[in-house]
Write a protein of this length. Structure first.
Length: 553
């Protein structure tokens, strides 16, 4: 269509000629002072009519670093068509977007903050009136929501979509299976050819991991918190119909601009409760415990780990999704998607229905006509769910984690564990031990110096736990870390232990052979030594004399 056609009625005008404030809605065609800005826009093919319309930033984390990002450029074009059709002028730009599965690992928190800062800088520099963000991983989704809350301009977030699963030996497989196959290969239970076949088949399409891993967890959050369109979270990236959601996102942001609905109108305390609830209900990833407080902070809302833990304890796990369950995000989409899950949550009383969303309607209004399809068991009502699925995520405290920690446990039998510490100052050193199968039942792999400062940037820790699962050691060996747990982990895993080792947290004082007690029901993680011994170790550590006995790398 003609880009000059389709403009809506009168909107607020008055450009930010200095580009220093995020309130430009158009560039006046008759302003003498704006001639230099118009000249630059003419160079990019814009007409005077387009300059007179609201400028809408369309930001993506498109790159060729991971499959989660490669569909975003295509989807951005559909967003831009929506903006134009609704009377705006879209301006596309990109930001970085790493992957927790990258070869060198991702410094999660550093990447997140860089993305948020870069979006803010771009929008403020060019005075965009509104923003649509398209992201392909959990870190970039969180970062874009942080930027939207910080800027408080009419905004819509959109996930690029989940990957389709691969097929191997007549079963669906995902990236999780590849990580676990590495451990199985080291154990000799699969051959070189098996590993190669799994590796080449696991990721057949664009999109983030096919299970409820970190990216899909934060995608669910974006919908439950109200910043994404209903149904947008779960549709696989490979489906062309995702472009329809992208077009609608462009139209929706213009409607938000007309109605002056901003992120902080949507991001209330109850909205964050909904976000934490869907993480628990979907059996999601622990990264939400990092990202939700950060997004809330941008809104001036205190939403801490203790609050998240209380919500998780009260929320039944209603979706049977990998990594801890049976099904994939594609299966959830086929069963009605995130709206069907949220409808079930609303019926169960674990969702605040009055919260506003980007549709301009409330959560309850959006879900009014949503029906959960029958004939599947991807989503189950809270009164028909087996006990072993009642909780996957737990917040722990104790003398090993005075500031808290987050635990993953996929079975009722994994809620209590007592074991012997094996200490490592890098995941690589611990992984080498697993590959040589140099461990025993009852060991607790303590992987430290992976926190915000020690990592630095809190890299994702998951290879060790996944390899242990591949060797059949889940439930018999535990992994604890002051880093962020990868979304693919299952078994007995505790992450986000605070204070971290780099700032002298108790995890830095653990020695090989120490007894560690993990009790999800009691909400505790403790080092079974007395206070006097702990103080003595701290005194020695303060003189720089204590090092890990196991990690000699």
């Amino acid at each position: 269509m003609d880009e000059d056609a389709g403009a809506k009625g009168t909107r607020a005008s008055g450009p930010s000629l200095t580009g220093s404030t995020p309130n430009q809605t158009s560039l006046s065609p008759d302003s003498v002072a704006a001639a230099p800005q118009r000249a630059r826009l003419y160079a990019m093919g814009l007409t005077s009519a387009q300059m007179a319309r609201p400028f809408v930033g369309v930001v993506t984390s498109w790159n060729e670093a991971s499959p989660g990002n490669i569909a975003l450029a295509r989807q951005a074009q559909a967003v831009k068509r929506g903006v134009r059709d609704a009377g705006g002028t879209p301006r596309e730009f990109t930001t970085i977007g790493g992957s927790d599965s990258g070869v060198g690992g991702t410094l999660s928190l550093i990447s997140r903050d860089l993305i948020a800062d870069s979006i803010e800088a771009m929008v403020r520099a060019h005075g965009y009136a509104a923003l649509v963000g398209l992201a392909g991983c959990g870190t970039s989704l969180a970062a874009m929501m942080m930027a939207m809350a910080r800027l408080d301009l009419p905004s819509v977030i959109m996930f690029g979509g989940a990957a389709l699963p691969g097929r191997y030996l007549d079963r669906d497989i995902t990236l999780q299976d590849v990580y676990e196959a590495v451990g199985a290969h080291a154990a000799g239970t699969i051959s070189d050819d098996d590993l190669r076949a799994i590796e080449t088949a696991a990721c057949p399409s664009a999109g983030a991991g096919a299970g409820q891993f970190s990216a899909n967890t934060m995608a669910s959050v974006s919908e439950a918190i109200g910043l994404a369109l209903p149904g947008a979270a779960g549709m696989p990236a490979a489906y062309d119909s995702r472009d329809d959601f992208a077009h609608k996102a462009g139209v929706t942001v213009m409607d938000l601009l007309d109605r002056d609905i901003r992120p902080r109108d949507i991001l209330t305390g109850q909205a964050f409760e909904n976000a934490a609830s869907i993480v628990a209900a979907s059996g999601g990833a622990t990264c939400a415990a990092l990202h939700l407080p950060a997004i809330a902070h941008e809104c001036g809302i205190d939403f801490d780990l203790t609050t998240i833990g209380k919500i998780w304890r009260q929320t039944p796990r209603l979706a049977d999704l990998k990594p801890g369950g049976t099904y994939l995000v594609r299966d959830l989409h086929d069963a009605g998607g995130t709206p069907a899950l949220m409808s079930t949550m609303l019926d169960a009383g674990c969702l605040k229905g009055l919260c506003l969303t980007v549709t301009g309607s409330s959560i309850a209004e959006n879900l009014q006509n949503v029906a959960v399809p029958s004939g599947h068991d991807v989503i189950r009502s809270s009164d028909h769910y087996p006990d072993r699925f009642l909780a996957r995520l737990h917040v722990l405290h104790g003398n090993l984690a005075p500031d808290g920690a987050v635990m993953v446990a996929d079975d009722m039998n994994e809620l209590h564990f007592v074991g012997r510490a094996r200490c490592f100052d890098s995941e690589a050193a611990a992984f080498d031990v697993v590959m040589h199968r140099d461990y025993d039942d009852g060991d607790v792999f303590v992987i430290r110096h992976q926190g915000p400062k020690g990592g630095p940037g809190m890299p994702s820790v998951g290879s060790v736990a996944a390899a242990l699962s591949g060797q059949g050691a889940s439930g018999r060996v535990a992994v604890i870390t002051d880093g962020c747990l990868s979304g693919i982990v299952r078994g007995i895993c505790v992450g986000h232990i605070g204070p971290e080792a780099a700032v002298g947290g108790p995890i830095s004082l653990v020695q090989d052979g120490d007894i560690i007690v993990i009790d999800a029901k009691a909400g505790c993680i403790d080092l079974d030594i007395d206070d006097a011994e702990l103080a003595a170790r701290r005194a020695v550590t303060d003189h720089g004399l204590v090092t890990s006995e196991t990690d000699t790398s």
